[in-house]
Design a binder for this molecule. Structure first.
Ligand SMILES: *Cc1c(COP(=O)(O)O)cnc(C)c1O
Length: 361
């Protein structure tokens, strides 16, 4: 069974098969130590070398400029919802948030606990061609925001902002579901963070890429394990890191480099997404409700013509080895997540299945 399954889950999501095979083969004997990497001290030079290599590979992949810390943290994506305001804003700060979907909403509500005011600059709107993010000239930015936060890829809504916004405040981006999906100009950002379980590795783990000049004035109640500056000083080992997740993420970074890095991944990801969108747009049985300019290349929600067929669609898809297609409980319908590990072949098998299902229905 396992060989023929394509996993479209939004997260925790599929990981590259060769990476999982390598992890399996060395699970009980990592690096010729006779023990698992999970049983190994994070202070041991062999582990530290592996951890440093993972950071090096991540910096390489994203071309992280000098002047940025790269941190390996815990608490997933949501852990950063409070870490960001507590690290780089004060209790009297105003911060700007773009509200482009469900994850932005969660980030906004968390930030409200830690700052003077969260100013929501704009939300989404209906256009003749589907749902879109309000255009930049309609945003109500504040004059003195400590930072501007947005989620470039809304995992649940399948809506994306493809251009980095032109704003004066330092930009903070929740890239949990699109980090490493295509090349990125890191120099435009103050903070980039991501929970690992979509495009990186195991859940509960998180990456933060932080511009050093934003640090130095955290809120006094900030938990030490979430303190960017403290974690940077201790090479993300102030507390015991998730050693296995760090190791597995490192294998994924190596795999990405072998694939040709983010330029190659971006090409494949755009091809995968446009193949599925073209099929959906050409069908009168399926539809996607996002304006083409704002469509995610990672998470593609779609609806069937008759929602009473949803259950059958999911059951038959599962039978055909296509799993994880159920849409988020807030929006219903279907969602295909096409992260880096999903091969183009998986998208083609999905389309064949959808076509067959539509013809029978
Ligand atoms: C999945 C996700 C999160 C939450 O990640 P957790 O690790 O569950 O906290 C946050 N933001 C976005 C955009 C996500 O896709």
């Amino acid at each position: 069974m396992s060989n023929s399954v394509f996993n479209f889950s939004a997260g925790p999501a599929m990981l590259p098969k060769v990476v999982m095979e390598q992890a399996q083969s060395e699970l009980l004997n990592w690096n010729n130590t006779g023990v698992s990497v999970m049983e190994f001290s994070h202070r041991d030079p062999a582990y530290v070398a592996m951890a440093k290599q993972a950071e090096h590979d991540l910096r390489d992949l994203l071309n992280v400029p000098d002047g940025y810390e790269v941190l390996f943290l815990q608490g997933g994506g949501r852990g950063q919802f409070s870490a960001v305001p507590q690290n780089i804003a004060s209790k009297t700060s105003t911060v700007d948030y773009l509200d482009s979907g469900i994850w932005s909403g969660y980030a906004i509500r968390e930030a409200q606990k830690y700052v003077g005011a969260v100013n929501v600059v704009a939300g989404n709107q209906e256009t003749g061609q589907g749902k879109a993010i309000a255009p930049r000239d309609q945003w109500k930015l504040s004059d003195n925001a400590a930072y501007f936060h947005y989620c470039p890829n809304e995992t649940v809504d399948g809506i994306a902002l493809h251009d980095i916004p032109d704003v004066d405040a330092p930009i903070v981006a929740d890239m949990s579901s699109n980090i490493l999906a295509e090349p990125l100009d890191v120099s435009r950002f103050g903070v980039i963070y991501a929970g690992a379980q979509k495009n990186i590795g195991p859940s509960g783990f998180a990456i933060a890429i932080v511009k050093k000049d934003l640090l130095g004035n955290p809120q006094p109640e900030l938990s030490s394990i979430m303190d960017y500056q403290l974690q940077a000083k201790d090479n993300s080992m102030y507390n015991t890191p998730n050693t296995f997740a760090w190791y597995l993420s490192g294998l994924v970074f190596k795999w990405l480099k072998e694939q040709g890095g983010l330029t190659a991944m971006g090409q494949t990801n755009h091809q995968k997404a446009s193949t599925l969108y073209s099929y959906i747009d050409g069908s009168d049985f399926y539809r996607n409700q996002v304006n083409p300019d704002y469509r995610s290349i990672m998470n593609i929600p779609f609806q069937l013509a008759d929602e009473r067929l949803d259950e059958r669609f999911l059951a038959e898809a599962k039978e055909a080895g296509l799993m994880g297609l159920k849409g988020h409980r807030f929006v219903g319908g279907m969602r295909a997540s096409l992260y880096n590990a999903m091969p183009l072949e998986g998208v083609k098998v999905l389309i064949d299945f959808m076509d067959e299902f539509a013809r029978k229905a």
